[in-house]
Design a protein around this ligand. Structure first.
Ligand code: IPM
Ligand code: MG
Length: 368
């Protein structure tokens, strides 16, 4: 039985609370399913700044490079708003993404039956929704040079650069086509080829990868602004969406709300395969550190728990166990047990973060 090494980085705000629940889930799979996890923990974001004076210590970065998977909670908080840009909690997260070269960010947006009423859209538009956004994560506007704030002609000028090389587009396109192949053979690529040269190149490369390697996949292209509109108009027309770093940031938040709560959405950030055949990987909920509810037991641990399910699937090749965990969450929700972010339906039982975690463990026990 192989051992799976995990680095847990709870981070800030509700990150630490939801990660406590994930630890219970990891222990359950360890003791009840014989999966052998070797878990270490460290700091990231504001928590790392408080202790190490930097949002990500070099020693933490080294650990992240060595383990099979990193699980991250959330970073950021108002206490760090005035820090120099290079010390902000978000820089810790961006450094991990960049240095581990986690170029493919998988953001599934699935509308669980029990939650179809929570979407801001009509139930029939979202019920049964199951789409996957593949966001490029290590290049584009987030990292392009030149960047910065300078002074020209006595006024300040802010500069960021949207930049992609052919190989950067090609590798994330391949990742998206591979996913489409395992799902419903359908891929929609989103950019702004009507106004941005980067978009023209993006479209060309996606076409080339399609023709030479994945001709059987139904490929379409959409301008990203239209994509945002179509996501709220008729989201079920999509299956896999491929897009760049900046558009992906916006489109994935938009897709998240279709499902009812940001508290439900996991993500996986994957890089190249390591020597042991596993991809470099980090898993994190799509939600942030939610300082407004931190420390009150109100956070929904589902997104973080579902991120661990993605780790089971994509890092540890335990697809059946991932499905077991996803089903456990579904059955808890179906039974009416909800954290406060999902309390709108009369008769629902409000539970705390810890109670939600316990309910998932109960459901897991029932699955045996
Ligand atoms: C996300 C977040 C991050 C991003 C922040 C926290 C740096 O919004 O993962 O979508 O902009 O990528
Ligand atoms: Mg975002």
């Amino acid at each position: 039985m192989s051992q799976y090494s995990i680095l847990i980085l709870p981070g800030d705000g509700i990150g630490t609370e939801v990660m406590d629940e994930v630890r219970k889930i990891i222990d359950w799979f360890d003791s009840k399913r014989g999966l052998d996890f070797d878990v270490i923990e460290d700091l990231v974001g504001g928590a790392a700044y408080d202790t190490y004076g930097t949002p990500l210590a070099d020693s933490t970065m080294d650990k992240a490079q060595e383990v099979d998977a990193v699980l991250l909670g959330a970073v950021g908080g108002p206490a760090y708003d005035d820090l120099d840009f290079s010390l902000k909690p978000e820089r810790g997260l961006l450094r991990i993404r960049k240095e581990m070269d986690l170029f493919a960010n998988l953001r599934p947006a699935q509308c669980f039956d029990a939650l179809a009423d929570f979407s801001s859209l009509k139930k029939d538009i979202v019920s049964g929704l199951d789409i996957m956004i593949v966001r490029e994560l290590t290049s584009g506007t987030y990292f392009g040079e030149p960047r910065g704030i300078t002074t020209e002609n006595n006024e300040r000028v802010g500069v960021n650069t949207m930049r992609y090389t052919e190989s950067e587009i090609e590798r994330v396109a391949r990742a998206a086509f591979e996913l489409a192949k395992r799902r419903n053979n359908k891929l929609c690529s989103m950019e702004k080829a009507n106004v941005l040269e980067v978009g023209v190149l993006w479209r060309d490369i996606v076409e080339e990868v399609h023709k030479s390697n994945y001709p059987e996949i139904e490929l379409s292209h959409m301008y990203a602004d239209n994509g945002a509109m179509q996501l709220v108009r008729q989201p079920k027309q999509f299956d896999v969406i491929l897009t760049d770093n900046l558009f992906g940031d916006l489109l994935s938040d938009c897709a998240a709300m279709l499902t009812g709560s940001l508290g439900m959405l996991p993500s996986a950030s994957l890089g190249a395969k390591m020597e042991n055949g596993r991809p470099k990987a980090m898993y994190e909920p799509v939600h942030g550190s939610a300082p407004d509810i931190m420390g009150q037991g109100k956070a929904n641990p589902s997104a973080c728990i579902l991120s661990f399910a993605m780790a089971l699937r994509y890092s540890f090749d335990q697809g059946d166990e991932a499905t077991r965990l996803e089903n456990a969450i579904q059955s808890v929700l179906a039974s009416g047990i909800r954290t406060p972010d999902l309390m709108q339906i009369e008769g629902d039982v409000p539970v705390s973060t810890t109670e939600m975690g316990d309910a998932v463990i109960d459901a897991l026990n029932n699955s045996l």
